[in-house]
Write a protein that binds this ligand. Structure first.
Ligand SMILES: NC(=O)c1ccc[n+]([C@@H]2O[C@H](COP(=O)([O-])OP(=O)(O)OC[C@H]3O[C@@H](n4cnc5c(N)ncnc54)[C@H](O)[C@@H]3O)[C@@H](O)[C@H]2O)c1
Length: 260
């Protein structure tokens, strides 16, 4: 028996990267998965590869009308919606001086408003079922500060506030709301800044190595944390932030001290 047998789960931002891995793992755990993204060709390809348990919908998470349509189509086809994973996001790297108000607004729109609209869109169906689990994908940048990511960090801290308020509002309706906070994900997200970041490669390696568990966070580890929060194994868990970060937010790591 799978952890998500007979569930219907919608995963945003699932055309590539961590979201695509989540969609595959959610299907492997027994659920029907609805992939949603603005990248149509890539999203359809992932859904095709997963097979009968998956279907792709084009969705821009910043569109309220788009959300209404996505939920309507899911209910018409699958009759229910048990899980929503708000994973779609965009990044901007640059100090606050190099972050325009337009870029800041864009990150809040996709990364924070998108999950807010998604939450509102699934509410009436989840309330009618008296069952639902909403998982927002935040980041360690939503748990601790880091320079160069003011807009992204603001959007990811905001998600945690949204989750906690909604967890308190919706628990009595059988709906749980939590966040996962990964330390890493798809390097393609950094694509536009890769060249600028090259001179700092050693600092970036140190960033991932100086953790309790060194190295990149595997996509599958993030997906399994999401599956836990979607499944009945976490039925009394709501309003939490679950770091999947190899201990990156546990505290400071001084390599030399491990030899003393
Ligand atoms: N990449 C990292 O290092 C990292 C670190 C911590 C947390 N995260 C988080 O993990 C999640 C997955 O990111 P990833 O690493 O796979 O990056 P990614 O860029 O590969 O995936 C993001 C997906 O979101 C989609 N998307 C962007 N805007 C959208 C919109 N308006 N509507 C619908 N879909 C949209 C993209 O098309 C893409 O498929 C994100 O929430 C991200 O913030 C990533």
């Amino acid at each position: 028996m799978g952890a998500l047998d007979s569930q219907v789960v919608l995963v945003t931002g699932s055309a590539r990267g961590v979201g695509a891995t989540m969609a595959r793992s959610v299907a492997e755990a027994g659920a029907s998965v609805v992939l949603a993204d603005i990248r149509v060709d890539e999203g359809e390809a992932v859904a095709k590869e997963i097979g009968r348990a998956a279907r792709f919908l084009e969705l821009d998470v910043t569109s309220e009308a788009g959300w209404a349509q996505a939920v309507e189509q899911t209910l018409a086809r699958q009759g229910r919606i048990d899980g929503l994973v708000n994973n779609a996001a965009v990044l901007h790297i640059g100090t606050v001086e190099h972050t325009s108000p337009e870029v800041f607004r864009r990150l809040i729109d996709v990364n924070t408003l998108g999950p807010f609209l998604g939450t509102r869109a699934v509410l009436s169906a989840m309330k009618a079922q008296a069952r639902g689990s909403i998982v927002h994908v935040s980041s360690i940048d939503g748990l601790i500060g880091m320079n160069g990511v003011s807009a992204y960090a603001t959007s990811k801290w905001g998600l945690r506030g949204l989750a906690k308020a909604c967890a308190l509002e919706l628990g009595r309706s059988g709906i749980r709301v939590n966040t996962v906070c990964p330390a890493g994900g798809n390097p393609e997200m950094f694509g536009p800044w890769q060249e600028q970041m090259m001179p700092f490669i050693e600092e970036t390696v140190a960033y991932t190595e100086n953790r309790g568990i060194p190295g990149e966070t595997p996509f599958e580890a993030i997906a399994q944390a999401v599956i836990f929060l979607l499944s009945d194994a976490s039925r009394h868990v709501t309003g939490i932030d679950l770091p999947v970060d190899g201990g990156a937010t546990a505290g400071r790591f001084i390599p030399g001290f491990n030899t003393l």
